[in-house]
Design a protein around this ligand. Structure first.
Ligand SMILES: Nc1ncnc2c1ncn2[C@@H]1O[C@H](COP(=O)(O)OP(=O)(O)OP(=O)(O)O)[C@@H](O)[C@H]1O
Ligand SMILES: [Mg+2]
Length: 493
């Protein structure tokens, strides 16, 4: 039986497995490697997931769920949720115990239930590619996820019919994938620069002989490739307005088409020096004649558009490494994760910042899933050993095995507000988390002991008071007098 690795991303989900000791991404019959993490509820009652759902996010936005990952494990009324409600197009409701529910075509769904649709698709996708039933998986989460968010992700996996062997930190998974192609020496300081579709984070890991630990993580939950698409689409809309006296931003559906074209243009400009986007029949001119429009962009133009976004990511990098009091030049390896790092401008700026080339050899869009698959070989091997069966899955190299086992459990001590600010920014160190965890444990311990002390004190005071009260009452009341004997009857004369 094969355990799969799943990168459950905000924008895309990738699935991988390990065969003959090497991790591979699993594709569908059409050769696609990524499943858009989008779920759309069709009026017919069908639930559409992936590429087909992506097409519906603009013409049926209130029933199409995007970015469910950002809602995972959130509490109703929390500042993060309020911020996110402004950014999503489907309605949310409060569930039991301040949980969050999405209201879609008259039904309420929990966030794990929504993610389970995507994970079910990932499972089916893997089963088709492998030709066998898949029951076990390692699912990845951002390093800053708290315990609630991790539990919710695990539940999503279980609802999808998977036994979740491990909930692994995304940067740790990515580092495992890169370690596989370029084994590190022990005691390396690793920077994982993850620029995806909706979020950016920089995580610092320390690779020692027996462990790969998260030392610090900082990020911006509202910085991703989607923002770049909107910037390009806005530029396109402004140009359209200049030429045709119509602003495509006036109609959300029209602007949505511009956004799709903008993303295609962006991706093309990562390989080409010049690209064009053609938008047919965006509007109709004189006599009802359809206007077909072509927008041209050069690499230099997109680079200028990208720079402010890259600058924001650099600020986060400075914050993360500043927490550990290390310099950008102190890193032994830099690892790129996320589709946005496929942009040459992003790669160049990262290289300039750290003063070294990122590790090559792994597709940044696949790294997390590949690492999750590597991590999945460890428990599978252990289980099989316990059952005294031959180890079918290729055992991971020692450093990888140690790494996955010792992956730093980030969460316990965190309340939601402590993780991500309403502005989407977060920053934390492994040390700070541990310290906070210790502080919490110590505080609760002391409070418990103080409570017991107060209770004993009150009980003792009560008993003493009662005894004293009784004594005072005894002293105050006149001594008991024996009833006088009844008078003797008069003597008989
Ligand atoms: N060649 C490319 N050049 C630039 N951007 C690209 C390229 N290919 C994909 N992208 C962008 O990468 C983003 C998706 O990245 P990815 O799939 O890594 O995100 P994710 O893991 O789902 O999201 P997140 O990490 O935020 O949870 C999209 O914005 C997409 O447009
Ligand atoms: Mg990602």
């Amino acid at each position: 039986m094969t355990a799969i690795g799943i990168d459950l991303g905000t924008s895309n989900t990738a699935v991988a497995h390990v065969k003959d000791g090497a991790p591979h991404t699993l594709c569908d019959a059409a050769g696609r490697r990524l499943i858009p993490s989008i779920v759309s509820f069709h009026p017919s009652g069908t639930v559409i997931v992936g590429d087909a759902a992506k097409m519906r996010r603009f013409n049926d936005a209130p029933n199409t769920v995007t970015g469910a990952k950002r809602l995972m494990g959130r509490t109703w009324g929390s500042p993060e949720l309020i911020e996110m409600q402004k950014r999503i197009s489907y309605p949310l409701r409060e569930g039991k115990n301040r949980t969050v529910r999405a209201f879609l075509r008259g039904e309420l769904y929990s966030i794990p239930e929504l993610s389970a649709f995507v994970l079910r698709k990932a499972k089916a996708w893997a089963e088709e590619a492998l030709g066998e039933t898949v029951t076990e998986a390692v699912i990845t989460v951002p390093a800053n996820f708290n315990e609630l968010q991790r539990q919710a992700t695990k539940l999503a996996g279980e609802l999808a019919g998977l036994e979740v062997l491990r909930v692994l930190n995304e940067p740790t998974a990515a580092a495992l994938a890169y370690n596989h192609v370029a084994p590190p020496t022990s005691d390396e300081l690793i920077a994982v620069y993850d620029f995806g579709g909706g979020t950016f984070d920089l995580t610092v890991l320390r690779m020692s002989e027996r462990a790969l630990r998260v030392r610090a993580t900082a990020g911006d939950m509202f910085l991703g490739g989607d923002d770049i698409d909107i910037a390009i689409a806005t530029k396109m809309a402004e140009t359209y307005l200049e030429h045709h006296y119509y602003d495509p931003r006036a109609d959300p559906e029209v602007f949505a088409r511009v956004r799709v074209a903008a993303e295609r243009l962006k991706i093309a400009l990562s390989t080409d020096l010049e690209a064009t986007a053609t938008l047919n029949e965006l509007m109709y001119g004189q006599g009802g004649k359809a206007i077909n429009w072509t927008f041209r962009m050069t690499r230099a133009q997109i680079d200028a558009l990208l720079d402010p976004f890259i600058e924001r990511s650099m600020k986060v990098c400075k914050e993360a490494i500043g927490m550990l009091k290390v310099a950008p030049g102190d890193f032994d390896r830099v690892v790129l994760v996320g589709g946005t790092t496929l942009s040459p401008r992003v790669r160049q700026r990262v290289t300039d910042f750290f003063g070294r080339e990122p590790v090559p050899g792994v597709d940044p869009e696949e790294a997390v899933a590949l690492g999750a698959a590597i991590s999945g070989t460890i428990p599978v091997a252990r289980k099989q050993k316990a059952a005294a069966q031959p180890v079918a899955a290729a055992p991971a190299p020692a450093a990888e095995a140690a790494t996955a086992e010792d992956d730093y459990p980030v969460s316990e001590a965190y309340g939601e507000a402590g993780v991500v600010g309403p502005d989407g920014l977060f920053a934390q160190t492994g040390k700070a988390q541990k310290a906070r965890s210790r502080w919490n444990a110590a505080t609760w311990g002391w409070l418990a002991w103080a409570g017991v002390g107060v209770a004993i004190g009150l009980a003792t005071a009560g008993v003493i008071g009662l005894l004293r009260y009784r004594q005072l009452r005894r002293e105050a009341s006149p001594p008991a007098v024996e009833a006088p004997p009844p008078p003797a009857p008069p003597a008989a004369p």
